[in-house]
Design a binder for this molecule. Structure first.
Ligand code: HEM
Ligand SMILES: [Cu+2]
Length: 549
């Protein structure tokens, strides 16, 4: 449907690539920090030169959780809207570059203050830990820059709609717009806590900060953040993968509906990260947990659509029996294999998520390294492997090169290395967490307490996994560098599949942003207004800042 522009314009490609380069630089530095963490936690290694574990951990969480993801996503989405809705106007592209430079300067500032040991507050920067004001300023630039890129995306979408009256927007553009709406609405929370609370407090303008309010604003952002990571992976699954395997999109309007449901149910749910927070009544936690579990609906819709696409394709190739279609899939193609392995890891990841969000079971795993194991399955495997798989066609498409057979083989190996390394690392994190090992902690035997000694074998397995994963990072960097600068010149396809059946009217009805944003805001108000007023009215005196590192 509507594949008007087949190739991304050279100028747009440069913009998208700029974002993607920063993402992979963040992967290199953040990955090194991750390796060091696993080595420290094994008890066999100490950081040199008095470097603090928390400096490394803050670098890792910030560079990988916030920088790698946001830069890759925005670069990918600029390419996607240019590919499906036509070349960007000069104005939109200009603002895309403004966003890029603000984000890059912001990132550099933030990382400078982290690496110089002035901001070891972890990527969640919970008060009352207090960082240098430069850390918060850098974050502000990063967020405001991303807003500018978001508005540039909306402007491009609006122009397309104006030029095509009565037509439904291209699916991939619709998805990118949904993700940027989600991002804009949720980053308002993090901007509020940084600008109104943390920045004035770190500058000494105010003495005390309301910790509960700042955490609540953080998690109002922090949960939708994970959907902001996930939706671009779903874009690849819904739109690119069917084309790569030679099949069709199962249903265009089902995909759009799933995205809108993710928009509704990813924001009014931050309390599931605060289940053990004393200042929120159980009733409001319950309301938000119910809303949390609503994401089961679009998640299962997505799983169904994916496997329906695979099965329909396999059967069209003559597959028979219950699982015969599995054999028809292109296992030797890294553009398919990497995201597919990502999908498989999402099954245990999702099961773990249900445990985390369930109040009673969360008591067992809260703040243990189980949680770290969980999100290394979700973001650091499902999302990241899908991004790698997408980069294997996106980067050569943008750089005007082609992936050689040798690079494809290396990419298959990379995927296997990642899967093996992550099974070790995340698996041992899950087990150690069940035995009570805390997250965010360097090595300690806690005075040789028997419980802490039980964790050590798992921490060693974790370091083995971390080392394998780091090899995976080196491999992917080799591949991406090759695809960007050294691979043979040529044309690589940006795969965009067609829908199995035209559903123009249903799709057009989905372009109703007033309604979607209205429902999103209404759900947020229902979930947050009363408990938020409560937090302000019953506010304790607030806390001074602490620098505990
Ligand atoms: C070489 C690959 C990686 C290794 C060895 C690794 C290792 C680790 C370890 C050991 C921790 C927990 C440390 C602790 O709580 O004390 C951690 C935390 C974390 N990792 Fe990774 N990781 C890797 C890749 C990734 C990737 C690709 C992402 C994101 C896309 C990621 C995101 C995070 C985040 C957000 C945290 C939380 C930091 C915090 O609690 O403040 N990691 N990682
Ligand atoms: Cu969450």
């Amino acid at each position: 449907m509507m594949n008007e522009t087949v190739k991304v314009d050279r100028r747009d490609a440069k913009l998208a690539l700029a974002y993607i380069y920063v993402a992979f630089i963040a992967l290199a530095l953040g990955g090194l920090a991750g390796l060091l963490q696993t080595l420290v936690r094994s008890g066999k290694f100490q950081l040199p030169a008095g470097i603090s574990y928390y400096t490394i951990l803050t670098t890792h969480g910030t560079l990988l959780g916030l920088v790698l993801t946001t830069f890759f996503i925005i670069g990918f989405q600029f390419a996607a809207i240019s590919r499906t809705s036509g070349t960007l106007s000069d104005r939109v592209r200009f603002w895309g570059w403004v966003g890029f430079w603000m984000m890059t300067v912001g990132t550099t500032t933030t990382v400078f203050f982290i690496l110089t040991g002035q901001a070891s507050v972890l990527y969640t920067f919970y008060a009352p830990l207090q960082a240098h004001p430069g850390f918060y300023l850098g974050l502000t630039l990063l967020v405001v820059g991303s807003w500018i890129s978001g508005f540039a995306t909306f402007a491009h979408y609006a122009r397309w709609k104006k030029e095509h009256p009565g037509k439904a927007s291209p699916l991939l553009t619709f998805m990118a717009v949904t993700n940027m709406v989600l991002w804009l609405v949720c980053t308002l929370g993090v901007a509020a806590t940084v600008l109104i609370q943390l920045l004035p407090w770190s500058l000494g303008i105010v003495d005390r900060v309301n910790v509960l309010v700042s955490r609540t604003l953080f998690w109002y952002f922090g949960h939708p953040l994970v959907y902001f990571w996930l939706l671009p992976a779903y874009m690849v699954w819904y739109v690119a993968i069917p084309k790569i395997i030679g099949g069709k999109i199962f249903s265009d309007s089902l995909a759009r509906l799933a995205f809108i449901l993710f928009l509704f149910f990813s924001i009014p749910v931050g309390f599931h990260h605060q289940l053990l927070e004393p200042g929120i009544t159980p009733f409001w936690k319950y309301v938000q947990v119910v809303l949390t579990f609503m994401v089961v609906i679009p998640s299962l819709m997505t799983a169904f659509a994916m496997f329906a696409t695979f099965e329909a394709y396999g059967r069209s190739k003559g597959a028979t029996g219950l699982f015969g279609w599995l054999r028809k899939l292109p296992w030797g193609d890294a553009r398919f294999f990497a995201p597919f392995v990502g999908m498989l890891f999402f099954i245990p990841a999702g099961a773990g998520g249900i445990i985390n969000a369930s109040h009673q079971m969360d008591q067992v795993v809260h703040n243990t390294i189980w949680v770290t194991g969980h999100f290394h399955l979700t973001v650091a495997t499902t999302v990241v492997l899908t991004f790698f798989g997408a980069a294997y066609w996106l980067v050569p498409h943008l750089s005007g090169r082609v992936m050689t057979k040798a690079m494809n083989r290396l990419a298959i190996i990379q995927t296997v290395v990642w899967a093996v390394g992550m099974s070790f690392m995340s698996g041992s994190m899950h087990f150690a967490g069940l035995l009570g090992a805390p997250r965010r902690s360097a090595f300690s035997t806690y005075g040789n307490s028997p419980q802490a000694l039980e964790w050590i074998p798992y921490q060693i397995a974790q370091a083995v996994g971390g080392t394998i994963l780091f090899i995976g990072i080196i491999l992917v960097l080799v591949i991406i560098t090759n695809l960007a600068f050294f691979a043979p010149k040529g044309e690589t396809e940006f795969p965009v599949a067609e829908a199995a059946e035209p559903q123009e009217r249903a799709a057009l009805a989905m372009d109703n942003w007033k309604l979607w944003i209205g429902i999103t805001v209404a759900l947020i108000l229902v979930a947050y207004t009363v408990p938020f007023i409560d937090m302000i009215q019953n506010a304790p005196p607030g806390s001074k800042g602490y620098k505990l590192w």
